[in-house]
Ligand binder design. Structure first.
Ligand code: ZN
Ligand code: ZN
Length: 125
């Protein structure tokens, strides 16, 4: 009989490991809508849980990309679809060298507005 002491302070069960796999996640865009975004020096960064592996992942969209999207059309705001890939820093088996995350990817639609579109709609009197 083997009796192994449980390591102290580790009550959470590890679900079975998720191997790296290039896999489209249909609901990924919806899941990402709950991610908070944070203002960075030259763009926005979304960060939250990967809908596949549930690890911390992030997506950065540079201001110049947004500017390009905004100048490409006169319609404001602009909805752009981006492909997001899981880039979690947790280990996944079968992951090729140089890859990040678990291989999951999804599309997300992000609405861009004119950065200085703070025009007041108040009536001038
Ligand atoms: Zn992961
Ligand atoms: Zn993942």
């Amino acid at each position: 009989m083997f009796t192994r002491a449980m390591p102290p302070g580790a009550p959470k069960k590890n679900p079975k490991p998720i191997p790296f796999q290039n896999l489209s996640v249909p609901d990924g865009g919806d899941a990402m809508k709950a991610w908070p975004r944070e203002r960075k020096q030259n763009g926005w960064e979304w960060s939250g849980r990967c809908p596949r592996c549930n690890h911390q992942a992030s997506k950065f969209i540079a201001d110049e990309v947004v500017t390009l999207a905004l100048t490409a059309t006169e319609v404001q705001p602009v909805r752009e679809t981006y492909v997001v890939r899981c880039n979690c820093q947790e280990p996944h088996t079968d992951r090729p060298d140089g890859e990040q995350g678990c291989g999951a990817y999804w599309g997300v639609e992000i609405e861009h507005e004119r950065p200085d579109g703070d025009e007041e709609a108040g009536e001038a009197g």
